[in-house]
Design a protein around this ligand. Structure first.
Ligand SMILES: Nc1nc2c(ncn2[C@@H]2O[C@H](COP(=O)(O)OP(=O)(O)OP(=O)(O)O)[C@@H](O)[C@H]2O)c(=O)[nH]1
Ligand SMILES: [Mg+2]
Length: 367
């Protein structure tokens, strides 16, 4: 049985005509990855978000009709919703309403196998659900109260507080477990650095081919797939490939919420502790998408404190990119980024030794 869904997007940048369709297509892909069948897109352009409903009232009423008529079970909203908006929309639409944060979280949860990823995700989920529970139960209590009188302390209110207390206790517990695991990870990273062997991290958007390159460079056989976020936990190679530690880690995505990125502190530590950072780009992407992804990845790397001089760009999937590589991709990189690049293919092995040479050159320049 497929679950029928609508995708909803509020376009607030009214003058943007090129990027929103790309963002929408990417979001639909993520929605598909959690097993939803997208029946239609509902798009509204409006410079201001409605504070309680996100979309304008008229559009919501229209949506109410269509959800019933077209037997929609889930409405997936591109924009990140405030708890009150999610609550109001769910109540009006009578179906489940999820936002971009939730969609990505669900994909992560499908892929998470290891303890660290699971705990990081649990924290992300708890932190998101805490304000929602507050709103949902608070609203329910408001409706129950009048019949009981102003000073009543009914069971509802007790349950509300105990639920919130339970969630906040769990948040504290998960945070402290993660802090311990993070300290352990940091001490492993320090020990590795002391060996004086170059540490090279592969970063980029999901599906760029980071794990494929990691496997090609190290002889490992880690899982590679078309599914978004196949890799969550970081993996460090043996320093067998003549004296380099390669690190494969989680991918980014367009529009990834900063709150979700910060849930993956241990992965960010792995990136920060590397000498050279190879930014893996899917050179076969459409050029508009490629530009948007590159901008996003570079801004995340800036946020987590990775200096430009540690970066090199691997234009991967050169075998698929064809003529576009020299006609569009490399001129764009040359013009906008002062970062050395090499076109490679993890599948055919094209230019892998050039990539290694570039990594060594960058490492030497850092010393
Ligand atoms: N044709 C071609 N396909 C590639 C190349 N590199 C990777 N792929 C394919 O691209 C898809 C994604 O590859 P992965 O290595 O899993 O990508 P990733 O960046 O590790 O993705 P996440 O783990 O989800 O972040 C797979 O289907 C690979 O087979 C390449 O150089 N050429
Ligand atoms: Mg991977």
């Amino acid at each position: 049985m497929v679950t029928r869904a609508f995708v909803v997007m509020l376009r607030t940048k009214v003058h943007d005509h090129f990027e929103w369709p790309v963002e929408l297509a990417e979001f639909r892909r993520l929605v598909g990855a959690i097993g939803l069948e997208v029946v239609d897109n509902i798009i509204q352009t409006r410079s201001h978000k409605h504070s309680g409903l996100l979309l304008g009232r008229g559009r919501v009423e229209e949506l109410v009709q269509r959800v019933v008529a077209e037997e929609i079970e889930v409405v997936a909203v591109y924009n990140v919703l405030k708890s009150m908006q999610k609550y109001n929309l769910q109540k009006k639409l009578g179906c489940e309403v999820i936002d971009r944060y939730e969609v990505v979280l669900r994909i992560f949860e499908r892929e998470a196998r290891d303890r660290v990823s699971k705990l990081q995700l649990e924290l992300a989920r708890l932190q998101k659900s805490f304000p929602f529970i507050k709103v949902a139960v608070g609203e329910q209590l408001k409706r129950e109260k009048p019949s009981r009188g102003e000073f009543s302390r009914g069971g509802g209110e007790y349950a509300y507080h105990s639920k919130l207390q339970q969630v906040s206790k769990r948040i504290t517990k998960v945070k402290s477990e993660l802090a311990k695991l993070r300290r352990e990870n940091l001490s492993r990273l320090r020990a590795r650095r002391k060996l004086g062997i170059p540490i090279v991290c592969l970063v980029g958007c999901y599906n760029a081919g980071k794990t494929s390159l990691f496997n090609a460079l190290t002889g490992a056989e880690k899982e590679v797939s078309e599914r978004p976020f196949t890799t969550l936990a970081s993996k460090v190679s043996q320093a067998s490939n003549p004296g380099v530690f390669f690190v494969d880690t989680i991918g980014f995505a367009l529009g990834l919420d900063p709150a979700l990125i910060s849930a993956f502190q241990l992965n960010m530590d792995d990136m920060r502790a590397s000498d050279v950072v190879v930014l893996v780009v899917d050179a076969a992407d459409d050029i508009i998408l490629l530009r948007m992804k590159l901008r996003r990845v570079i801004s995340i790397l800036d946020e987590i404190g990775i200096e430009r001089r540690r970066l090199i760009i691997a234009l991967n999937k050169a075998d698929l990119a064809g003529a576009r590589l020299v006609e569009q991709v490399t001129p764009f990189i040359e013009e906008h980024y002062d970062i050395e690049w090499v076109a490679v293919s993890a599948v055919t092995g094209l230019n892998l030794s050039e990539l290694e040479a570039l990594i060594r050159k960058r490492y030497a320049a850092l010393l």
